[in-house]
Structures are given as C-alpha cells and as structure tokens.
Design a protein around this ligand. Sequence first.
Ligand code: MN
Length: 484
Amino acid sequence: MKEKIVYWITGAQTLYGEEVLSHVAEHSKQMADYVSAKMPVTVKYLATCKSSEEVEVAIKAVNCDENCIGVIVWCHTFSPAKMWIKGLKKLQKPLCHFATQFNKELPYSSIDMDFMNENQSAHGDREFGYILARMRLPHKVVVGHFTDERALHGLAHWCIAAAGYAFSEGVKVCRFSDNMRGVAVTEGDKVEAHIRFGWQVDYFPIGELEEEIGRVTEAETNALLDEYKEKYTLATENVAAVREQAKYEIAIERFLKKQGGYNAFVDHFGTLGGLRQLPGLAVQDLQAKGYGFGPEGDWKVAALGVIMSYMAGNSCTGMMEDYTYDLSRDAVLGAHMLEVSPQFAKDKPRIEVHPLSIGGKEDPARLVFEGISAPEAIAATMVDMGGHMRLILQKIELIPYPEKMLHLPVGGLMWRYANGFQEGVAAWLYAGGAHHSVVSAKVTMQEMLDLAEMWGIEAVVIDGYTDLATLKRQLAVGDKIWNV
Ligand code: MN
C-alpha cells in the first residue's frame, strides 16, 4: 500500500505576498512528510494553489497519476473558493479536507498581524468547506494538529479506504457457477456493480477448470504439499485427498491469472462437474493469500472479500456465514461447509479429511481450526435492494469457543453483537443482511463507511448505539434517498 500516493495540495492566495507563500510551501512540505511517515500510503506535497488555473493543473496531475489514490487539501489561509470550482469539477479521486494548522499553540506573547496572515486555517477551512458542501462533493473532513494521534488515525482510515476504493476498480470475479438455484440474497445486478464499484464479474464453465486441473504435474503438486506441511498440521492418512486439493489450488490460481488477472472467484457445491471433491483446503489457502471467495455463486461476497483482505493486509479477514445460534450465551457460530479462511485461525490449522453430507462427491480435505478472539471486529455484507446497493456493517466481538467442538471438522468463529443479541440480530434482519458476510478484525467500521461514501452507496451501521426504532426509520428514509 505504501506505493500508493496521496497528494497534498495547499490552498492559498496572493494577498499576503511572496514571503508568506514561501513559508507556507515550506510548512506544507514538512507537514506532508510528517504525515506520510505515519500513513500506510505515501503522502506527497504537490502544490500551493493561488488561482483557478493552478488548481486545475494540480487536479489534472492527481487524476493522471495512476499510483495516486486521492488528494488531501489543507487551506493555510483564506483561499477564495470560486478558484476551486473549475478544478474540483474535474476531480476523479477521493478528497480529504484536512482542517489542520502548522502551529499547535498560539504564540501569545509575540502574535501580530503577520502571524495571523500566515496562519489562518480556521478562516480558510470555512471558505473551502462551503464550496465542497455547495458542490455536493463527497469528501472526508479530518480535524486536528497534523501531529495529533486522533487526527492521524482519521487520516489513516481514510487513506486505507481510498486504497480500497482504487483496488475495487481492479476487482475481477471469476464465476465457476451461477448463483445457487432459488437463492435470492446472493443475487444482484452485475452491470450496476461494474459501473458503481468497478467489479468485472464473468462466468467460466467448470469444464475449463477441469482441463487446467488435468495439466497440473506431480512435481507441482508435491511442492504445494510440502508448503501445506509447513504451514499446517497434516492430520490425516488420506494424503491422496490432500493432493487432490493441492491440484485444485494450483489450477484455480493459474486459471485466474491466465484469464486476465482475476483476483476473486466463486464456485457451488452442486455444480462441480468432474471435480472429485468440493474445493476446501484449496479455497482456504487461496483466501490466506488474499484471493476473494464466494460460495454458492455469491460474487458480491467474493468481491467484498478481496477488497477487505487487501485493506487488512491479508490478516484476520475473510468470508463468513452465520450458521447457528447459542441462545444460552447470546452468541452466533459462524462457519461454512469448508471454506473458512485460515486468516482467522487462532492456532496452527489441521488438515483433515471427512465426508461432506451434501454434494455427493468424495471426502474433501479441509483446514480445521478455532477462530481468533477480538474485542472489536466488523461483519460486512452487500445486498442489492433493486435500485441501489446497500452495504450493511455490524460491530461484533469475536469470542473464544465456550466449549470444544470436537465433532465439527471446519474452521469457525463465534461472535456477539455490540448492541446485544436480540437487537443485533433484528437490526441485521430489518436491513436485509445476507447469511454470507466478510468478517474482519482489522478493517474498521470507519474505513468501510469512508469507502461507502467514495462508492456513493447506502451504508447501514449497526453498533452499540443502534436503536431499532431509529434504524427502521433510517431504512425507510434511505430507501427514498437511494432508490433511483
Ligand atoms: Mn453458504
């Protein structure tokens, strides 16, 4: 992510003379460099703009740089905002208004009019804020001294969201199956997703993957098997079943690359063609590497998964499914028939082979583990409301298994809801939340909210402050605003 650039543009004017402007450029560079060192991306000072022409040149540079994912604007002084209109109309990247200042304290004993002219962010921020509000430009406001931890956290969240937004434009989902017959919530408008999020979602017959599997050599299979043995504990004597999964992994990854850099994929346990097992271990290990995955043809969760995994640095993030409740403990067990990402594993996962009661195929090899605990995590899901996409975000707490589950041979997570079980489940259901989600203990609620604003979609937050009556009103109002 550090290769990604956020440009820093400073707003100024010529009223106070060259000397002031040279100080401001110097301050801006210092501030951008300081901030850059604290960010997951690179922040680079670009220009101090004093006219409409200069703003336009700077915005064009932001738009043209392929590595640039966004722009931070700081107004050290009153920068008459009409000069921003022409450039801002052309801006194609996320915008952050950093309401900050070079000086932290007022120099009470020495302050004079020269100091005031050089350091009047409070004044400049208001002019700039107005034009963003007036132009209805989606943007983030971060407030605080440029060394302040809280301000830097706000900026970092926004930078990660901006990186996720840029990454989203390159998401390509390979569908080895259509959606599962009859299932509604995993459906969606793929053209809308392409326009809105940049997701290219394409179908490939499973037969083409079968051919790719047939071309995997024994030597390649052995090499991946050795890798498995290092990363995981081989806890089965059925090594042939594990080798089968290794072939699937090699073939899937090769197929995705060959077809033009697909970074997410879906399958379906009911449409496996000639595959002897449902891909389990293969899918799990690919998710560990950062690939997005959706079961039963769920391309929305596959796309969301690869983006959130990228934002999380491939850590503590992956596809999840609400499975079964522990009503005595107000908890939910999340798992899947096989494909839970080892990014969630608390300890070294075990490779085991067991029968799968559905699909009618051979016993698949899979990773078995108990999931991590985390006081703060989120579950995210995307549903198509028929007219607009809705991102639903729920704050959850990942908890240890209350008791061992020795007869459940899958990876799993357990969680509780930030606003209590009854309200938490009801809120998710009122919002139309799916059974598939992407859970992350790394990506934050704020990052996903910033991302939703960049996408220009409805985001529903369910957290410790969610009140059901208020939420229902918000959903009703949201429908009027977003349904176009
Ligand atoms: Mn499922």
